[in-house]
Structure formats: structure tokens, C-alpha cells
Design a protein around this ligand. Structure first.
Ligand code: ADP
Ligand code: CIR
Length: 339
């Protein structure tokens, strides 16, 4: 195959690192499951406005296509790949809650994938259903405050889906990046959500990763969110086992989600920071944070509600991420007060 011309003019990390030499070096390579470099890059080829531009279809792709994948990982995380990804996520921590009336809610999610399957862009329909069944069974065995129910998206009416989305309990319909990367194949089959009674613990199944495991709590209850997530994560890891690498940490579809796979965010109502969004985004980056819109990735800011989360997931531990969020949010609240 000839070098993909579609990337001319694209600013994605894919376009930046897929030089003709790298392209040439990857020709003829195929993972044991039959994935080629074309399978990784279809999303970025069809969407030149991608920020990243590739999804990994299986575990082997990380090493086999390393001349492309590793520079993309470094660009995503803006730091070298560590020799060893650190982990530190105790159930009881000395994290402080973020006590401020302007913080509406706190969410911490991690991306996880099962070891014995291809990643979502490489799943066949029957494998996706197997992943759903395994995750559903493991979640339904959870006890105590994590005990809950599982619902498949195919069993939810469009109205019920909309309501759950508005309450941040369900992932969005697939976007063109997921569709062109084949992650959305057979949508909505094999997708679903496990939730405990008060929705403080949830598992999203077969969206961008096999599992997105999360805690969602009111206000700035960071310590509680961390405790709930660490407890659920430990229980599910023991039951399911997750794809992991010494250097890259937990493996995920998108290179931006490697390492801890963690995005810890608050929704904060900050009219002044929202009115000066470009400046706020710059300040956030300096604090190791990122600003998203009120409905998540690629969404707009609604009613001055900012989604502020950690920027880095690789090369630092979970606790370090949560401490960075905590310190950074305090600075952003101070800036809001100063006006
Ligand atoms: P992800 O966090 O999984 O990378 P998104 O950015 O699309 O993906 O966010 C998923 C959903 O979680 C969206 O509905 C978003 O508004 C919601 N969300 C994120 N942070 C919070 C928060 N602190 N409180 C409530 N909902 C949140
Ligand atoms: C892109 O490359 O723009 C999309 N695949 C989104 C990248 C951000 N990562 C993500 O949502 N996990």
C-alpha cells in the first residue's frame, strides 16, 4: 500500500509521526490476530482533524507498531514513556475533600481492558458479547455499597438513554472517530452500564474500552470518590484481570489513556473562568489540568459549568493525579474569586 496522502495538512499526532520512513518500516507487519498498521490508523485517515488519530486493536500492536505508536504516546502524554509505570491507589488515603459550593460533582474514571480479548476496535461481534457477559457477571457479584444492576443499551428506550446521558450515567452515541476506528461496530449491541443504587459506582461496558470504571459523587467529595473507585477496581481486577504492561501501564484503545487510565474531574460552576475560556485553558495546562465542556469530550460549556480534570495519566500514580487535581482546583477557585 502507498503512503496515505489523506494526512497531508492534518495536525494529528498520527500525521506528525507517520513519516514515509516509518510507514515503510511497518509494511508487511501483522499481529498474530491479523491486525496491520492500516487497522490502527483508519480513524485518523478518515478524520484528519483528529487530535490523536489512532486506536490500538490488540495488545501485540503496541510493540509491533512501536516506531509509530511510541512517538504518538509521548506526544499525547507530553513526557517520555517511564521505565516502569508507578501505581499507588490505596482504598484509604489522606486526600482532602474539595469543600466549595461551586463544585457540583466529582468523578474519577479509569479505562481497563480484559487480557484475553482484542481491544474494542479489534473485537468481532461475538467476542464483544462475551466481554459484556463476563463483565456483567463480575459486576453483579459486587457487594456492599457497590451492589447494583446491569442494563444493556439494547434494552433501553431512546428516552431512557437520553435521560441517563443528561445525568452523566451513560456514554454518548458513538462519534465519527469511534465509528471510523471500528470501535462502534455493531452499536449498540454488547454495550451497557452497571450501576450501584446511588450511581456512585458505575462500569461502562464496550464503549471506547472494554470497561470504564468510575465513581461519581456530589460536591467535592474526592476522598469518598477515591475510596469507592479503589474498592471497586480491586474487586473487579481480582475477578477479571486487566491488560497491563510494565512501561505503558494499563493498556487502552487510545494512546492518551495509557498508564493509570485515570481521568479525575470536577464539574465546577465558575462564571468568570467560563467567560474567559481560552485563558482558563492555558492556566489549567500550567497546573497539569485540562478543561472540557459540560457534557464531556468535544462538548460546549453549558451554564458556566466547566469539567476540569488531570491532563496526565502516564508516568505518575493515581494518588499523584488526585493530588494534582486537588492543588490545581484550589488555584482555579482562587483565580475565580480574584476575577
Ligand atoms: P471520559 O471521562 O470517559 O473520558 P467524557 O469526557 O465524554 O469521557 O465524559 C463522560 C461523561 O462524564 C460526560 O457525560 C461528562 O459530562 C461526565 N462527567 C465528567 N466529569 C464529571 C463530573 N465531575 N461530574 C459529573 N459528570 C461528569
Ligand atoms: C481523536 O484522535 O481526536 C479522537 N480519537 C479522540 C482523542 C482523545 N482521546 C479520547 O477520547 N480517548
Amino acid at each position: 500500500m502507498s503512503f496515505p496522502k489523506e494526512l497531508n495538512g492534518s495536525h494529528s499526532y498520527l500525521a506528525q509521526h507517520l513519516t514515509p520512513e516509518v510507514w515503510e518500516s511497518l509494511q508487511g507487519l501483522e499481529t498474530s490476530l491479523g491486525f496491520k498498521v492500516q487497522d490502527l490508523i483508519s480513524t485518523g485517515i478518515k478524520n484528519p482533524d483528529s487530535s490523536v488519530g489512532l486506536y490500538l486493536p490488540d495488545q501485540e500492536s503496541f510493540a509491533l507498531f512501536a516506531p509509530l505508536v511510541e512517538p504518538v504516546i509521548v506526544s499525547c502524554h507530553k513526557r517520555p514513556i517511564p521505565n516502569e509505570q508507578p501505581f499507588d491507589f490505596p482504598i484509604e488515603s489522606d486526600l482532602q475533600d474539595l469543600q466549595d459550593g461551586r463544585i457540583l460533582s466529582t468523578r474519577i474514571r479509569v479505562a481497563r481492558n480484559l487480557t484475553d480479548f482484542p481491544l474494542p476496535s479489534g473485537l468481532k461481534a461475538f467476542e464483544r458479547l462475551e466481554v459484556e457477559a463476563l463483565v456483567r457477571e463480575a459486576c453483579l457479584e459486587l457487594t456492599g455499597e457497590l451492589k447494583g444492576d446491569y442494563v444493556s443499551v439494547v434494552d433501553l428506550s431512546p428516552e431512557a438513554q437520553d435521560k441517563m446521558r443528561a445525568e452523566h450515567l451513560l456514554f454518548q452515541e458513538p462519534d465519527r472517530f469511534l465509528i471510523d476506528g471500528k470501535i462502534a461496530n455493531d452499536w449498540p449491541q454488547g454495550r451497557g452500564v452497571f450501576s450501584n443504587q446511588d450511581h456512585s459506582f458505575m462500569v461502562w461496558v464496550n464503549e471506547e474500552d472494554h470497561l470504564r470504571i468510575m465513581a461519581l459523587v456530589d460536591g467535592g467529595a474526592l476522598k469518598k470518590a477515591a475510596r469507592i473507585l479503589a474498592t471497586g477496581l480491586k474487586a473487579l481486577d481480582e475477578k477479571l484481570g486487566f491488560m497491563k504492561d510494565d512501561r505503558l501501564g494499563y493498556l487502552a484503545s487510545c494512546p492518551s489513556n495509557l498508564g493509570t487510565g485515570m481521568r479525575a474531574s470536577v464539574h465546577a460552576q465558575l462564571p468568570i473562568m467560563a467567560a474567559n475560556l481560552d485563558q482558563t485553558k492555558k492556566m489549567a495546562v500550567e497546573l497539569g489540568l485540562q478543561v472540557r465542556g459540560s457534557a464531556g469530550e468535544h462538548s460546549d460549556v453549558d451554564q458556566a459549568t466547566l469539567d476540569i480534570s488531570n491532563q496526565h495519566r502516564l508516568g505518575l500514580s493515581e494518588l499523584e493525579i488526585l493530588q494534582t487535581l486537588s492543588l490545581g482546583i484550589k488555584e482555579i477557585l482562587k483565580a475565580e474569586e480574584k476575577g
